[in-house]
Ligand binder design. Structure first.
Ligand SMILES: NC(=O)c1ccc[n+]([C@@H]2O[C@H](COP(=O)([O-])OP(=O)(O)OC[C@H]3O[C@@H](n4cnc5c(N)ncnc54)[C@H](OP(=O)(O)O)[C@@H]3O)[C@@H](O)[C@H]2O)c1
Length: 578
């Protein structure tokens, strides 16, 4: 039997395929059992993260194994085999071990060196153990991968080569500023209260945001996370809200981190657009500070608006300040019909870019109907051009950063979910910066490769060789044990025969003869068993076990029973270890 892995990852497949191929918890369990039910596989484990889906199995036939595992992956992911095949990779025997060890060290991660993959490998092993699909090979392999990953982190500076996904994402939002400087005093909204959101919230608190609002479907979890944050000693203020409050919170916060397990969008482009849009003039009461009704943000900063991210009114004409989104859309639609010319001078100042092509699709409520529009084919339509120009006219206060395109960053969003939580169309909203899994992948490709990566590669190479040697040595052990058992049996039979033929031997003489026979047998077997273990641990040494069995006419059932007992001991040990 040999180790085979078939999978796809962010390196082999586009995010859109990975998103569609992601496995639910139920699908993972079914995939494991179906793999074992398939004829070529004896053990199986599935490593499924937002960046990879890999099926590991102990197979006895390479070609049949590849065909079977690929078909099962397609079946359970719901992506047709013909579509999936170009994105699949296959590793076998030592290459498969090398692959998992590299993955465990974070060498194959989207953000090189990130440590979360170790938890995901541990989960994959735990699931295999729980479902009894992990035998001796999978247990040994995954446990060793965890050790190798920890070794890489403790012996090298791989952590520096790639920070955790959250930190890296925040760095992308902060662009050229140190994250701490960028985050200081900001208000953040964290959507979701699971493990990733908790990590995101903890990181935000650590880097110095002033306030965190946690929004989650289940209120208890959001409240619990908010309590933990308050008790964290970072000085952050934290509170919990339901998902219904997200639209409202969007208008108050500066940063959003979203990482839910939702399969659909949590934030549409319209939600974000509404949150960063100017408030309609008609809704402002004379002499009163403008409120933020229904997701439209006032242009005059409210007193509680955090420094650095508000919208300064200076330089804005009254037409711009009181711009109603529905009004803008209507004007743009008219302008599009009119060849891009706007009838109103106030609006013309707001909308600098001429509308290209057709006008922005308008929903029944008069807002841009962006939800459901294919982000890849989406062009910047008038509504957003308008918002960008409005943002460009705002005078950034001290501390307000600007995007590379010159527009002030009004709202920074980090989407760590897979599938995505935030509509990719948000990328095109001026004044909004969205960093998502796809853009993180691109950014990390440009990250400088530290010398530590080479050090980790050396560790992986050494560990793969050691693992292969240990596995091959372990492969011969049952045969050697069976040989010694057979020898002991022969000695016992001969001593019994001696008892029958020379019954007068006293106890001391009998013990002496027995010891002598045992010593002879041990001495005869010592050199060949030591040598055969050495030879078997070398690449291509698997045949020595067969030779030993053949030469000494060992009972295959005895060898198999020793292997089973050995595997059971290992499983007990691994159960205790994990
Ligand atoms: N864990 C990682 O290492 C990691 C790394 C990178 C990216 N991610 C991505 O981050 C996301 C969350 O992963 P996780 O590990 O944090 O999962 P998790 O611990 O299971 O948490 C899932 C969170 O999503 C919420 N949620 C689930 N379905 C939802 C829905 N339909 N609508 C709204 N909220 C919903 C859950 O709310 P309830 O509390 O109400 O159930 C919970 O807060 C996933 O997209 C994952 O791919 C995870």
């Amino acid at each position: 039997m040999s180790l085979l892995v078939v999978g796809l990852s962010h390196r082999s497949a586009p995010v859109s395929v990975l998103e569609r191929a992601s496995l639910s918890a139920d699908a993972k369990v079914k995939l494991l059992h179906d793999t074992l039910a398939a004829e070529p596989a004896a053990e199986a484990a599935v490593l499924a993260t937002c960046n990879r889906i890999e099926l590991y199995a102990d197979v006895d036939k390479f070609h049949a194994g590849v065909a079977e595992l690929s078909t099962l992956l397609a079946q359970h992911s719901g992506v047709a085999l013909e579509e999936l095949t170009p994105y699949l990779y296959v590793h076998y025997e030592d290459r498969a071990v090398h692959h998992l060890f590299s993955v465990a060290c974070g060498l194959d991660s989207m953000v090189v060196g990130e440590g979360q993959i170790l938890g995901q490998i541990k989960d994959a092993l735990a699931l295999g153990q729980e479902q009894h699909t992990a035998g001796r090979l999978i247990n040994d392999l995954f446990q060793q991968a965890l050790r190798v990953g920890k070794r890489a982190h403790s012996e090298t500076g791989i952590d520096r080569a790639g920070q955790s996904l959250v930190t890296f994402g925040l760095e992308q939002l902060a662009v050229h500023l140190p994250v701490g400087e960028w985050a200081a005093g900001k208000r953040a909204l964290v959507i979701g209260a699971g493990s990733m959101s908790s990590l995101a919230a903890a990181t935000l608190a650590r880097v110095g945001v002033a306030e965190i609002v946690v929004a989650n479907r289940t209120a208890d979890r959001a409240e619990r996370l908010a309590e933990i944050l308050v008790a964290s000693g970072t000085g952050v203020a934290a509170s919990a809200v339901g998902m219904a409050a997200v639209a409202d919170e969007l208008t108050r916060v500066d940063v959003v981190v979203s990482c839910t397990g939702a399969t659909g969008l949590v934030l549409s482009a319209d939600d974000v657009l509404a949150a960063v849009s100017p408030a309609p003039a008609g809704r402002e009461e004379a002499g009163a500070a403008p409120q933020a009704p229904q997701g439209l943000r006032p242009l005059t900063p409210a007193p509680q608006t955090p420094a650095g991210l508000d919208l300064a009114p200076a330089g804005l004409g009254s037409a711009a300040a009181g711009l109603d989104l529905a009004d803008v859309v209507a004007r743009l639609a008219a302008a599009a019909r009119d060849g891009g010319r706007l009838a109103d001078a106030g609006a013309a100042r707001t909308i600098a870019a001429p509308v290209e092509g057709d006008g922005c699709p308008v929903g029944p409520d008069g807002r841009s109907a962006l939800t459901g529009v294919d982000a890849n084919s989406l062009e910047l339509h008038g509504t957003w051009a308008d918002q960008g120009e409005a943002a460009a006219q705002r005078q950034p206060r001290r501390g307000t950063r600007t995007q590379a395109d010159g527009a002030a960053v009004r709202l920074a969003l980090l989407d760590l979910a897979m599938p995505r939580d935030i509509d990719a169309a948000v990328h095109r909203i001026p004044g909004v910066r969205l960093v998502d899994i796809e853009s993180l992948a691109e950014a990390s490709a440009d990250a400088p490769m530290a010398a530590d990566v080479d050090a980790v590669r050396a560790i992986v190479a050494g560990e793969v060789a050691a693992f292969g040697a240990a596995q091959r040595a372990a492969h011969i052990t049952p045969t050697v044990v069976a040989l010694r058992a057979m020898a002991a049996e022969v000695v016992a039979m001969e001593v019994a025969r001696l008892d029958g033929r020379v019954p007068d031997l006293d106890e001391r003489q009998r013990a002496e003869v027995t010891q002598t026979v045992r010593r002879v047998v041990d001495k005869l077997l010592h050199a060949p068993t030591v040598r055969v273990k050495q030879l078997a641990s070398e690449p291509g040494g698997a045949g020595y076990a067969d030779a030993l069995r053949e030469l000494f006419d060992l009972d295959p059932l005895t060898v198999a029973s020793v292997s089973r007992a050995d595997a059971a001991d290992k499983n007990d040990d691994s159960g205790r270890a994990s």
